[in-house]
Design a protein around this ligand. Structure first.
Ligand code: 5GP
Ligand code: MG
Ligand code: MG
Length: 180
C-alpha cells in the first residue's frame, strides 16, 4: 500500500468479483441487442477493461472524454466534450460506463446529450456511487459499490492525474490534497 493512502476501501479482489457479477447482469439484459458501451475517459478505463471482458454477448465499444470546469476534486457541471464518439448513437441501446457518480452533473449532461442524439435507450453503470454528493436527481441503473462522501482514488480515479494505476480503491490522506 502506498504511503499516501490512508485506507483501502475496496480491494482488487472485491472489484474483480463485482465486475463478473455486473458482466453477467449486462449479458442477460443486452443479449442480442448489440449495445454501444461508452466509456468516459479517463477514469472509467480500468473498469471498462474488466467489465467488458465479463460480458458474454456482442457489444460495441466507444469512448468520450469530457472535461468539466471545476477544481481538482469536484466537477462544476459545465461540461466540455474533449473527445466525441466515433459511432452514431441513433437508435442504439447505449450503456454509459463511469468510474464514479458524485454530484451527477457530468452524467446528467451526457444522458441528455445522448437522448437528444436519438439513442433508443440510455443507461448507466458506475463502479462507485457517492449518493451524498448528489446535486441533481440521477440514479445509476447499475452500481458496483456505494462509497461515503470522501475523496477516493485508484482503479482509474485520480488526484492531479496520479493514483489511477492503483489496483484498489483507497482514501487519500488529507495532507496530500490539503491546500489544493
Ligand atoms: P460528478 O459530475 O458526478 O460530480 O463527478 C464526476 C467526476 O468527478 C468523476 O468522473 C470523477 O472524475 C470526479 N470525482 C467525483 N468524486 C470523486 C472522488 O471521490 N475521487 C476522484 N478521484 N474523483 C472524483
Ligand atoms: Mg468519470
Ligand atoms: Mg479526476
Amino acid at each position: 500500500m502506498r504511503s499516501e493512502i490512508q485506507e483501502v476501501l475496496i480491494s482488487a479482489e472485491q472489484i474483480g468479483e463485482k465486475c463478473r457479477e455486473l458482466g453477467t447482469t449486462i449479458t442477460n439484459e443486452y443479449d442480442g441487442k448489440f449495445p454501444l458501451l461508452i466509456g468516459v475517459l479517463k477514469g472509467a478505463l480500468p473498469f471498462m477493461a474488466d467489465l467488458t471482458r465479463a460480458i458474454d454477448t456482442h457489444v460495441e465499444i466507444d469512448f468520450m472524454d469530457v472535461s468539466s470546469y471545476g477544481n481538482k476534486m469536484r466537477s462544476s457541471g459545465e461540461v466540455k466534450i474533449v473527445k466525441d464518439l466515433d459511432a452514431s448513437v441513433e437508435g442504439r441501446d447505449v450503456l454509459i460506463i463511469e468510474d464514479i457518480i458524485d454530484s451527477g452533473l457530468t452524467l446528467s449532461y451526457l444522458v441528455n446529450l445522448l437522448r437528444h442524439r436519438g439513442a433508443n435507450s440510455v443507461k448507466i453503470v458506475t463502479l462507485l456511487d457517492k449518493p451524498e454528493g448528489r446535486k441533481v436527481d440521477i440514479v445509476p441503473d447499475l452500481a458496483g459499490f456505494t462509497v461515503p462522501d470522501e475523496f477516493v482514488v485508484g482503479y482509474g480515479l485520480d488526484f492531479a492525474e496520479r493514483y489511477r494505476n492503483l489496483p484498489y480503491i483507497g482514501i487519500l490522506k488529507p495532507e496530500v490534497y490539503q491546500g489544493s
